[in-house]
Each structure stands twice: as structure tokens, then as C-alpha cells.
Design a protein. Structure first.
Length: 116
């Protein structure tokens, strides 16, 4: 596992910290997610998506359905990426964003890791 890039975005007091990892096994994905949960104990959500060959998974981590994991996963597929994990740690700022802005916030933060 190798951390390729990070990107931070702040929207209406919520902080989105995206991580882009190169991974080769599901065990690496599990280890990274556990590490992020320990490192960001006060974070509200850590949605993610990964693709390793023909194995893929996405999670909204208790965000409204398809507002977090799906946009991250679609970004991976649309860019023809493989052996990749993108996680976005969200610190809730106290203001609800609505599903449209929430989806864009996850997508933009994940996309930021690809552009640096």
C-alpha cells in the first residue's frame, strides 16, 4: 500500500479530507481503513471506494444512500483506474449540506487527489 496523494476541501464548515492509495489486496484496504478510523476518531464518516482487478467495493459509511461511495467509485471507473483506494474523511461542521451538495463535495474532494 502506498499513499499517492491527499486533498482537503471545506464546505459550510464540514471538512473533507481525501486520500488516494495504491493497493493490491483487500487486506491492505482493510488495514488502511482501520488506520484512518484510529487517526480520525472524531470524524463522522469515512466513505470509500476501491478497485483491485475485478474486485470492487464502495461504502457510503452511513451517509445518505449513493451520496458518497458511488461518486467516488464512478470517478475510479471513469478514469480507468485500477489497484486504487480513495477514502474521504468527513468532519461534520454542523450544517446539513443536502444530497446534491454532499455528493459534489465527496466527488470534488476525491477528484482533487487525482489532479495534484
Amino acid at each position: 500500500m502506498k499513499l499517492i496523494n491527499t486533498y482537503t476541501l471545506e464546505i459550510k464548515k464540514s471538512k473533507f479530507i481525501a486520500y488516494y492509495y495504491e493497493v493490491t489486496t483487500k487486506e491492505e484496504v482493510t488495514a488502511i481503513l482501520e488506520m484512518l478510523k484510529k487517526e480520525h476518531k472524531k470524524a463522522r464518516h469515512i466513505p470509500y471506494a476501491y478497485k483491485i482487478g475485478n474486485i470492487a467495493k464502495k461504502s457510503d459509511d452511513k451517509e445518505p444512500s449513493n451520496t458518497a461511495g458511488t461518486p467516488i467509485y464512478n470517478l475510479i471507473i471513469n478514469n480507468n483506474l485500477d489497484n486504487i483506494l480513495i477514502c474521504v474523511v468527513r468532519y461534520f461542521g454542523g450544517i446539513k449540506l443536502g444530497s446534491g451538495l454532499l455528493t459534489r463535495s465527496y466527488l470534488n474532494s476525491a477528484n482533487g487527489t487525482l489532479k495534484k
